[in-house]
Structure formats: C-alpha cells, structure tokens
Design a protein around this ligand. Structure first.
Ligand code: PAF
Length: 288
C-alpha cells in the first residue's frame, strides 16, 4: 500500500460531517480508538480495521476520566508526530486528535455512561471509576466517528467485553471486533506502559506470559479447578522479587463472574505492578 498522509481532524463536528459523507457514499467506516503512543499492538488493530471497513479512523486521545487519582495520567506518553508517521503506511484515512474540550464540552452538565455487572470485578474493582471513564469516552467517540465497526484489543479483555455490552445495550449498532494480543518476541504483551519498565522489571515481567502459558498447558491437560490454576500462576509470578500482584482471577469468559470450576469458556486475567508500572495480561481457556 502506498503511504498516505492521514487527514488530522481536531473537531468532532468535522469528523461527523466526514463520516456522514463516507456513509452516504456507501463506505463502511471502521474506528480504532487509542490513547496514542502507538506500538505494533495498535498497528495490528489498524490493519484489522482495514479488513473490516473501507474507511479507517484512528482516534488518539488520552482520556483523563479513565485515570484515577494517583494513576499515571500525567506521565502517559504523547507523541502525535511519531504516531502519524507510524500510521502513514497503513492506509488510515483520518486521525481524530481532539482537545479535551471537544470530547467533554465545557458549559454543559457532565454526562456519564456506565455498564453494570461486567465492570464490578477485575480492573473495575482495583480502579474504581475507570470503566465509567472508558465507556463515557467510547460513547462519545462512537457519536463522533459514527463507525459501522470498531476494533479493540483482546489484551484489555474486560474492556472489550464492557464495550461490546455498551454497543448493544445503548443500541449504537457498532460491530465490535476483537484484535488478538500482540507480544514482543520474548512473550511480553505489548503495552504503552512497557516503556516505563527498567531492565530488571522488563525481564521479570516475562513471568506474566510464562504463568499464563503454564495455566494454558494445565487446562489443556484437563485441570479445571480455578483455585489450583490461580495458585500456579501466583507461584510463578511471585518468584520475581519486583512483582506485586494486584489480582489474578479466573472468570467466565462471557459474564466475567469468578469461577470455582471451569465448565465452559473461561478467562484468566491478571494485573501486576513492577516498580510502580501496572501491567495486565490474560488468556482465554477454551475447550479445544
Ligand atoms: O484501550 C484504550 O487505549 C482506551 O481505554 C480507549 C479504548 C482508547 C478509551 O480511551
């Protein structure tokens, strides 16, 4: 594909007009919401967007409402120039890079969007208000880009489930497509936060994928007791002196309710700090 310069749009109204025109022309609009600092994981979602739509919008907006007090909003990386360069080769039509006022217009009463049940456990428990911020901004992005389809990474498994519910519950009619987790050659799941890891933490963080692989192996061999599988994962990660486990849970892959015994599709999800950097990862456990 020949490199093309994506059109950078800052205003929601302009994006709505662009998208309305694309829809009138019979185009299928695909949206990839991001917070920028793009890495290969994001770029794989953009490639998937090209397969699912014939006009691609990437949004780059570090959404303040999904960060809690004391979280890493202030140090979250921003690199619009670098991001645009990475998108050039991928056939992206539009990059939405709005100021906060565009997404949260001043002078009107704040309005929030909340998905219940699915947001109670896992990251929802340890980051109160996080998913309210995510769903509130994604609802705005859907209204701004008016996509037919939107692509989200499976690495944020709970977010993916929550947004699928959001689209259906509020009748957005946006098809939600999941992009597989992209890993570094040594197995670390790609994340903008990996840049914060020092050399030792980076090495020790490999324990997350190692633990999930071990759990997958045991599951393949027939192990179904959640407590045992969680203990195996915990034991592997706790070998690393810098690891501080926030949670390791085994849940129903659909409802995200914690399981005692695996009877159907399940997900093991975990969040672990390494020297203050919070990493998440997960694996699906499905009958083969
Ligand atoms: O996954 C992310 O990067 C963010 O949570 C999202 C979906 C772009 C909303 O700000």
């Amino acid at each position: 594909m020949n490199p093309i310069e994506p059109k950078v749009i800052r205003s929601v109204r302009e994006l709505q007009a662009w998208s309305d025109q694309a829809r009138c022309d019979g185009r299928r609009v695909a949206l990839v919401p991001t917070m920028g600092a793009l890495h290969e994981g994001h770029l794989s979602l953009v490639r998937l967007a090209r397969e699912h739509g014939d006009r691609v919008v990437v949004s780059i907006f570090v959404n303040p409402t999904q960060f809690g007090v004391g979280e890493d909003l202030a140090k979250y990386p921003h690199d619009l120039t670098g991001d645009l360069a990475k998108l050039r080769a991928l056939g992206v039509d539009v990059v939405l890079a709005p100021a906060a006022d565009e997404m949260y217009p001043p002078g009107v009463a704040p309005a929030w969007v909340e998905v219940e049940h699915l947001t109670r456990g896992l990251c929802g428990r340890s980051r109160p208000g996080h998913f309210r911020g995510v769903t509130s901004v994604v609802a705005r992005l859907f209204n701004a880009a008016r996509p037919h389809v939107a692509i989200f990474g499976q690495k944020d498994y709970q977010q993916l489930r929550v947004i699928s519910a959001l689209s259906r519950a509020l009748l957005f009619g946006v098809e939600i497509v999941a992009g597989p987790t992209v890993r570094e050659p040594d197995g670390l799941a790609m994340s903008s936060r990996n840049a914060f890891l020092g050399a030792d933490a980076r090495q020790q963080a490999l324990s997350l994928n190692a633990a999930l692989r071990e759990v997958r192996r045991l599951h393949r061999e027939g192990e179904r007791e959640a407590a045992y599988l969680i203990e195996v994962a915990r034991g592997r990660i706790e070998k690393e002196e810098l690891a501080e486990i926030q949670y390791i849970e085994l849940c129903d892959a659909d409802t995200l309710e914690p399981l005692e015994r695996i009877e159907g599709p399940a997900v093991m999800a975990l969040a672990v700090f390494f020297e203050g950097t919070r990493l998440i990862d997960n694996t699906l456990l499905e009958a083969e």
